[in-house]
Design a protein around this ligand. Structure first.
Ligand SMILES: NC(=O)C1=CN([C@@H]2O[C@H](COP(=O)(O)OP(=O)(O)OC[C@H]3O[C@@H](n4cnc5c(N)ncnc54)[C@H](OP(=O)(O)O)[C@@H]3O)[C@@H](O)[C@H]2O)C=CC1
Ligand SMILES: CC(=O)[C@@H](O)[C@H](O)COP(=O)(O)O
Ligand SMILES: [Mn+2]
Length: 378
């Protein structure tokens, strides 16, 4: 029985993780949950999962609304859950830079992490890599593309990989020109063509920041140089990514756009277990697969991600921090869609570069990037 501590329990990935856990009560036990605000959902989860030892809530004012006798609240709540919970695997499905510290703390405690929080690697990849080495722990990717790559690597030697090919749907505006992007609304942005996800990542898919993050994420997860990591536009999101080997064999992983498969693979690796799926991909039926060369002029955020990734240091924290703040402003109708990119490029250009940052310096860079974006538009 695997004991799971789940951060971001009320979100898109969090709730799908609970669904997978509930489909297999003989295999998994939920022993801890944390979220930011949604206490009603936390209480519903607590009703069903009597095995939960600890609860974390980001918003301190909501602490008393939670029906449990061990509740940690505030900025350090997730780390306190990690320190005070007996678990086997951390599922980090929280959104944002706030996910980095819990990832590091869990690894330091000697506990593996199933990682949806890509910001841990975008902002703190160097620290995570160092901590993995020191603690002999493991990261299991939940992000669909990285799960696909992880699946395509099984039974093969990473040294024989020619390149990874990460697929990109193109997001909500894949058929629009840059000129047309000047006019787009929040409502249009939040309609991802294939996936149902949290708001921030849905906006990031439309700006291609998400794919940029995924390039950096792949670099740290699979320890490959950036010149071995490619992207391709694939509008159907059926092939979740591919690995090309030195003999030119290309292995791809296909499936419907449902995160429960990558979640189960990450939390029950290396075994596959049955999953309920309403609309599984029927590969014996007819379906179309389209591929289009990535256009870096159309998607400058992807170009930016390669530059940020190659320079390392605190640039990932700045990239992510500026994006988090800009997306928040966009969702609040304070800035336009294209001003998200502008915020990021200006923050990267303006803020101090630190080559080998400590965690505290990354936290400062994250804050500085948010402040920079606020000052830019307030
Ligand atoms: N959704 C998807 O399909 C995919 C998501 N990912 C990644 O997974 C992560 C989660 O994404 P997603 O599930 O879409 O996001 P959601 O916005 O749906 O969920 C975010 C979760 O984070 C919690 N949270 C927010 N602030 C805090 C805080 N201060 N303390 C503790 N918890 C907090 C939220 O709690 P509350 O709602 O209560 O405030 C919620 O449970 C992101 O890093 C994303 O990039 C990766 C691949 C696919
Ligand atoms: C489900 C998932 O992993 C998301 O990151 C998804 O890949 C977003 O799709 P695009 O960024 O390709 O639009
Ligand atoms: Mn993804």
């Amino acid at each position: 029985m695997k004991k799971i501590l789940l951060l971001g329990a009320t979100g898109s990935i969090g709730l799908q993780t609970i669904d997978v856990i509930e489909q297999h009560p003989d295999r998994f036990k939920l022993v801890g949950i944390a979220a930011g605000n949604q206490t009603e959902i936390l209480n519903q989860i607590l009703e069903k999962h009597r095995s939960i030892q600890v609860v974390g809530i980001g918003n301190e004012e909501k602490k008393d609304e939670i029906h449990h006798n061990k509740v940690y609240a505030g900025k350090e709540a997730m780390v306190q859950c990690i320190q005070n919970c007996e678990y086997d695997l951390l599922v980090n499905a929280v959104v944002g830079f706030r996910g980095l510290k819990p990832t590091l703390e869990s690894l330091k405690k000697g506990k593996d992490v199933a990682l949806a929080n890509k910001e841990s690697l975008v902002a703190g990849g160097m620290l995570v890599r160092q901590t993995l080495k020191e603690t002999n722990t493991k990261l299991y990717p939940i992000d669909s593309e990285h799960s696909a790559i992880f699946q395509c690597l099984q039974g093969n030697d990473i040294r024989q990989v020619k390149r990874l090919i990460i697929t990109a749907s193109g997001g909500s505006f894949r058929d629009k020109t840059r000129e047309q992007l000047k006019e787009v609304t929040v409502e249009q942005t939040l309609k991802h063509p294939n996936w149902s996800m949290g708001k921030r990542i849905t906006v990031d898919s439309a700006t291609m920041v998400n794919k940029g993050f995924e390039v950096i994420e792949a670099h740290f997860l699979f320890d490959l140089d950036y010149d071995k990591i490619d992207t391709v536009l694939h509008k159907e999101s059926i092939i979740h990514s591919m690995v090309e080997y030195e003999d030119h064999a290309i292995i791809a992983q296909m499936g419907s756009a449902d995160m429960r498969l990558p979640i189960q693979y990450a939390i029950h690796y290396p075994d596959r277990i049955p999953l309920k799926e309403e609309h599984p991909l029927d590969a014996s039926d007819t379906f179309d697969l389209h591929f289009k060369k990535m256009d870096f002029e159309r998607y400058p955020m992807l170009k930016c991600a390669y530059e940020v990734g190659r320079k390392e240091g605190n640039l990932g924290a700045i990239f992510n921090g500026a994006d988090e703040q800009a997306v928040e402003y966009f969702l609040d109708h304070k800035i336009s869609f294209l001003q998200i990119e502008e915020s990021i490029l200006k923050a990267i250009e303006s803020l101090e570069y630190i080559q080998n940052p400590t965690y505290e310096q990354l936290e400062q860079s994250d804050l500085a990037a948010r402040e920079f974006v606020k000052q830019l538009w307030d």
